[in-house]
Design a protein around this ligand. Structure first.
Ligand SMILES: [Zn+2]
Length: 270
């Protein structure tokens, strides 16, 4: 790791930081990274089994560094772990995107699953200054895996349709969502997921916006659609309840920082 890099430490879905940094940065969150000189010393002493890597920033203007600490490593007492979902909430509140964190977190997890070539089984090698890895034996390139998933804001006149998924906290309602399947357009995913999960049909499907969602490797793609026909019937597996809500009668909502919440907030504000 060379000097003057922003270094981000991760352990699973948490960002690791010295407690001292957190205490002084709780308002601005400008420095959620560790300076490289200090990072080098910490890796040599405390995180010997960590995966240390560098990747170009999205604008390609700089290299950013990541340190992926194994899940079974006990943190030194003067370090703290912040859930990355909490950082998304902070990001929404501060208006700052923190895109480096989402990018490096995604790559840190992908690196755990891409150590060996999928064609010949040789150990993949890092490619300097590049995001991808390459097999030194057969030349196969390995890029970070990104799995698109749709979420859909469904409306009918002044009502919004929200559902309680069994994975949600009690009382929380959000959009119908689901992963894109091989050979399927995202618009087809929208229609299929809604049909499978709540048995209704929609029309006027339109893309709204997207959000990287590195838990572990999704891209959430936000759509809106209007109710067309059918009677709501939750599938009873993923979806335990689904119903219409009006602006003056909303349920508990997902945390700020998620695309699902942003879509709902936009609808509420109109
Ligand atoms: Zn190979």
């Amino acid at each position: 790791m060379t000097n003057e890099r922003q270094v981000f430490f991760f352990q699973g879905d948490t960002l690791l930081l010295p407690a001292e940094t957190l205490e002084t940065q709780t308002d601005s969150l400008e420095t959620l990274f560790v300076p490289s000189e200090f990072a080098n010393a910490v890796c040599a002493k405390e995180f010997k089994n960590a995966d240390i890597f560098e990747t170009p920033s999205l604008d390609q203007n700089t290299m950013i560094a990541g340190v992926s600490v194994p899940l079974d490593t006990v943190l030194p007492s003067d370090w703290k772990a912040i859930p990355i979902r909490q950082i998304l909430t902070m990001s929404a509140e501060s208006g700052k995107p923190f895109s480096h964190i989402l990018r490096v977190s995604h790559i840190a997890k992908w690196r755990q699953d891409s150590r060996f070539c999928g064609t010949c089984g040789s150990r993949n090698a890092d490619v300097p200054e590049q995001e991808h890895r390459q097999c030194p034996n057969c030349g196969r390139l390995e890029f970070p895996r990104i799995c698109p998933a749709v979420i859909v804001l469904i409306t009918d006149e002044n009502k919004i349709l929200l559902a309680h998924n069994k994975r949600f906290k009690e009382g929380v309602y959000s959009h119908i969502s689901g992963f894109n399947e091989a050979g399927e357009t995202l618009e087809e995913t929208v229609v299929r997921e809604i049909r499978e999960e709540i048995s209704i049909e929609v029309k006027d499907i339109e893309y709204v916006k997207s959000q990287p969602w590195p838990f572990p490797n999704s891209l959430m793609v936000g759509y809106k659609a209007r109710y067309a026909s059918g009677i709501i019937k939750p599938d009873g597996e993923e979806i335990q309840d689904a119903r219409w809500f009006t602006k003056d009668n909303m349920p508990l909502l997902p945390s700020k920082g998620s695309l699902s919440r942003a879509l709902i907030d936009e609808w509420l504000s109109v």
